[in-house]
Design a protein around this ligand. Structure first.
Ligand code: ADP
Ligand code: AMP
Length: 216
């Protein structure tokens, strides 16, 4: 299975990508998670990316295309992948097409998460992330068993600095301007399946499975 999860920030892509990747035994390629790890580790990539992320802007295409190219070239990606947070611009989508073509493989589906802006804002401002394993929680919708502690690995949860209200608004604007055009791009390729990102996590997961089963 080779799938892209597309949709605005906070739509639930990461939450669903983690489940779907486990179900299909493929890798989850979450570019936001990769960048946050690089920032935490203080690498050159992290140093370059941080100022864009803090401002709610996109990290330059060349950096992201290099990063994803390298990841797709790893043996783990051979069985398939769920791309979560990439591509985010038309230039990234075109580069991805080239990367896949070079490897003689194609995408099976692009799943678009549809959701209202009010719900997005509430999801992002309540989001908490595990420092250790990157798993997502929500203070109201999916709290951990013990407040502030990851159910999976026991590490501490934190609030992303770009989930502050002003940055959330900026990121939604960037999505409309730079990422929304990908909807028509993938619709034109006959790959797009739209689902509702609202409702309980299990219900959304069922919708993801239905949308991708049609590609099997
Ligand atoms: P994205 O990866 O698209 O930015 P996330 O998966 O991180 O989105 O989800 C954003 C926030 O919303 C997280 O706090 C997550 O726990 C919560 N969330 C995800 N899916 C749902 C859902 N179906 N209902 C309620 N909250 C959800
Ligand atoms: P996310 O975790 O997907 O919400 O991403 C967090 C931030 O990382 C974004 O606001 C961007 O600054 C950066 N980022 C993640 N993926 C990409 C991408 N494909 N292109 C550009 N910037 C990205």
């Amino acid at each position: 299975m080779r799938v892209i999860f597309l949709g605005p920030p906070g739509a639930g892509k990461g939450t669903q990508a983690r489940r779907a990747a486990a179900r299909w035994a493929v890798v989850q390629i979450a570019t936001g998670d990769m960048l946050r790890e690089a920032v935490a580790a203080g690498t050159e990539l992290g140093r370059q990316a941080k100022r864009y992320m803090d401002a709610g802007e996109l990290v330059p295409d060349a950096v992201m295309i290099g990063l994803v190219g390298e990841t797709l070239g790893r043996p783990e990606a051979g069985k398939g992948f769920v791309l979560d947070g990439f591509p985010r611009t038309l230039a990234q989508a075109a580069a991805l097409d080239r990367l896949l073509e070079e490897r003689g493989i194609a995408l099976d589906r692009v799943v678009l998460f549809r959701i209202s802006e009010t719900e997005l804002a509430e999801r992002m401002t309540g989001r908490r992330v595990c420092r250790g394993c990157g798993r997502n929680y929500h203070v109201k919708f999916s709290p951990p068993q013990k407040p502030g502690v990851c159910d999976g690995c026991g590490d501490r949860l934190y609030q992303r600095s770009d989930d502050a209200e002003a940055t959330v608004r900026r990121r939604l604007g960037v999505y409309e301007r730079d990422t929304r055009p990908l909807v028509d791009y993938y619709r034109g390729q006959g790959l797009l399946e739209e689902i509702s990102g609202e409702g309980p996590v299990d219900q959304v997961f069922e919708a993801v499975l239905r949308a991708t089963e049609r590609a099997r």
